[in-house]
Design a protein around this ligand. Structure first.
Ligand code: FAD
Length: 448
C-alpha cells in the first residue's frame, strides 16, 4: 500500500510519522519549497486530544522533544475588562502528565519537530493541482509537471484544499463576519511591565463593548535570543533540545502575542490588504478608551509580525461515497478558532486514519471499508467541532449588537464575577473547560 499525502502541515506530517512507523509507504507533497517557508511563529494550544494523538504517532524521543520544546505552561485563565480589571481568574492545574495535558506550542517549533526524521518522506515545492482515479490507483498532478501514483490519496492541504474542491465540489465555506488582527512583540522589561502578573503568567481574554475581543498569550521558551539554552533547564529536557536538529531552523523567541477580533463593519473594509503599521493603526482605532497599557502593547508590536485573518468556517456535509481519496484536518472541517481545536482535530484524524490503515496492513480490512470507517467517525466529531466552534465566533452573537450587546456583556461579567468569588463554581467551570478540550477522553491508541 502506498499513501500520498497532499500538504505537510500539522495533520499531514503527524500522519506521515505514524505510517512510517507502521511500515506503510508514504510520501508527503508540500507546496512550500523551503523548510522555513510559510511558517508563522504564533501559538497553537495543543490539548490532551492532540497530545495523545502525537504521542501515538511520533517516535518516543520525538514526542519527548515536542514536550521539551513547548512554551512555559500557562498558570491562569483570565477574563478581563478593556481597562484591565479582573472579571475571572482561574488557576490551571500544574502539568503532571506529559500526555493528557494542555500545551502552549509555537507553530513554527511544532512544524520543525514534525519535520524531524521525515527528510526522505517530504517532497517540497510540490504544488498539487489535481488528481485522477484509475482502477484501484490514484495519481496526483503537481504544478511542476510531475505526478505521483499510489493506492490512497490523503488531502491534508488545509482550509483552501484543492483536493476538496475537486473531490467534494458540494463542500462550502462560509464567512463568519468576524475579522481578527494579530501581532507579537518581544518580551522586554517595558512590555512585561504593561501586563498584570496573572496575564503575564496566563492566557487572557479581554471582552469589551461592541463585541470587540482580544486574546493575550505570553510565550517563553527554553532557549534565549541567540538560540542558546537558558540556564537551569532539567537534564533530560536540556539533552533533548540540545540534540534536536530542528532548533537551528527555528527562530521562535519569547514574545507576547495579541489577537483582536470584531465584526467586519467595525474594521476598515480593506483590512485583508493591510500589513504592518496599518494593521497596528487599525488595532488602535478599534480600541479607543482601552487601558493605555493595552494600547501601548499594540504600539510596541513588531510590524512585521502583524497579519489579518478573515475567520471562515466549513459547512457540515452529508456523508459521501468512500473511494481511495480521503481528507483530514482543515481540508475537510475548517473551523473557527473559537474553541481552539482545529489542529487538535486534525491530529485526531491522523491517528484515526493511521489506525485504519494498520488494519489494512495486517489484513483485517480492505482499504475502502477501512477508509469508510475512518470517515464515518471523522465526519461525526469533525463537524460537531465545526458547529461548536462557529457558535463561539459569529457576527450573529448578540454581543456585537449596539444596545443588547452592552446588556449581554454586563450580564456575562456579573455571572463571571460571581463564579470568580465562589470557589466550588470556579472549580466546576475549570473542570468543564478542561473536559471539552479532551482531558477525560480515552486514549488514542495505536498498535504499530
Ligand atoms: C487565528 C487562529 C488560531 C488558531 N488556534 C488554534 C489553537 O489554539 N488550537 C488548535 O487546535 N487549532 C487552532 N487553530 C486551527 C489550526 O491552525 C488548524 O486547524 C490546523 O493548522 C489545521 O491543520 P492541517 O494540517 O489540516 O492544515 P495546515 O496546517 O494548514 O497544513 C496544510 C498544508 O498544506 C499545504 N498546502 C496547501 N495547499 C497545497 C497544495 N495545493 N499542494 C501542496 N501543499 C499544499 C500548506 O502549505 C500547509 O503546509 C487556529 C486557527 C486560526 C486561524
Amino acid at each position: 500500500m502506498k499513501v500520498l499525502v497532499i500538504g505537510g502541515g500539522t495533520g499531514g506530517l503527524a500522519l506521515a510519522h505514524g505510517l512510517l512507523r507502521a511500515g506503510i509507504e508514504v510520501a508527503v507533497f508540500e507546496r512550500d519549497a523551503l523548510r522555513t517557508d510559510g511558517l508563522h511563529g504564533y501559538r497553537v494550544g495543543i490539548d490532551p486530544d492532540g497530545s495523545r494523538a502525537l504521542h501515538a504517532l511520533l517516535p518516543t524521543e520525538l514526542y519527548d522533544t515536542f514536550v521539551a520544546t513547548r512554551a512555559r505552561d500557562p498558570k491562569y485563565f483570565n477574563m478581563l475588562t478593556e481597562d484591565l480589571k479582573e472579571v475571572l481568574s482561574m488557576e490551571l492545574p500544574p502539568v503532571t502528565d506529559p500526555i493528557a495535558s494542555e500545551k502552549s506550542i509555537s507553530r513554527m517549533t511544532m512544524r520543525q519537530v514534525l519535520l524531524t526524521g521525515l527528510d526522505d518522506v517530504v517532497r517540497y515545492g510540490k504544488e498539487f493541482t489535481r488528481f485522477e482515479q484509475r482502477g484501484d490507483e490514484v495519481t496526483a498532478y503537481f504544478a511542476d509537471g510531475t505526478t505521483a501514483t499510489g493506492d490512497l490519496l490523503v488531502a491534508a492541504d488545509g482550509a483552501g484544499s484543492r483536493v476538496r474542491r475537486q473531490y467534494l465540489p458540494q463542500a462550502k465555506m462560509e464567512e463568519t463576519g468576524i475579522i481578527a488582527i494579530a501581532g507579537k512583540l518581544p518580551i522586554t522589561a517595558e512590555s512585561t511591565a504593561l501586563v498584570p502578573p496573572k496575564v503575564f503568567e496566563g492566557i487572557s481574554l479581554i471582552q469589551a463593548p461592541r463585541g470587540v475581543g482580544c486574546i493575550v498569550h505570553v510565550m517563553e521558551f527554553q532557549w534565549d535570543r541567540d538560540g542558546h539554552l537558558k540556564s537551569g533547564i532539567g537534564g533530560n529536557t536540556e539533552e533533548l533540545i540540545r540534540q534536536w536538529p530542528g532548533l537551528q531552523f527555528d527562530n521562535t523567541r519569547d514574545y507576547i502575542n495579541w489577537g483582536l477580533s470584531a465584526t467586519k463593519e467595525k474594521i476598515p473594509a480593506n483590512i485583508m490588504e493591510l500589513t504592518g503599521r496599518d494593521l497596528m493603526d487599525a488595532a488602535l482605532e478599534l480600541t479607543p478608551g482601552w487601558h493605555q497599557n493595552l494600547r501601548r502593547l499594540f504600539e510596541l508590536t513588531d510590524p512585521g509580525t502583524c497579519f489579518p485573518v478573515n475567520i471562515r468556517t466549513s459547512v457540515p456535509l452529508e456523508p459521501w461515497e468512500t473511494t481511495n481519496v480521503t481528507l483530514i484536518g482543515d481540508a475537510i472541517h475548517t473551523m473557527t478558532p473559537g474553541r481552539g481545536v482545529g489542529a487538535n482535530t486534525a491530529l485526531r484524524d491522523a491517528v484515526n486514519l493511521c489506525r485504519q490503515l494498520v488494519e489494512v496492513r495486517d489484513g483485517r480490512s480492505e482499504l475502502i471499508p477501512a477508509v469508510r470507517e475512518y470517515e464515518a467517525k471523522m465526519i461525526d466529531y469533525g463537524f460537531d467541532a465545526v458547529l461548536k466552534s462557529r457558535a463561539q465566533m459569529t457576527s450573529d452573537d448578540p454581543a456585537h449588537k449596539p444596545v443588547i450587546g452592552r446588556v449581554a456583556l454586563a450580564g456575562m461579567r456579573t455571572v463571571m464575577r460571581t463564579v470568580n468569588n465562589v470557589p466550588p463554581l470556579k472549580r466546576r467551570m475549570r473542570d468543564s473547560m478542561l473536559a471539552y478540550r479532551g482531558a477525560d477522553r480515552e486514549e488514542l491508541e495505536l498498535n504499530l
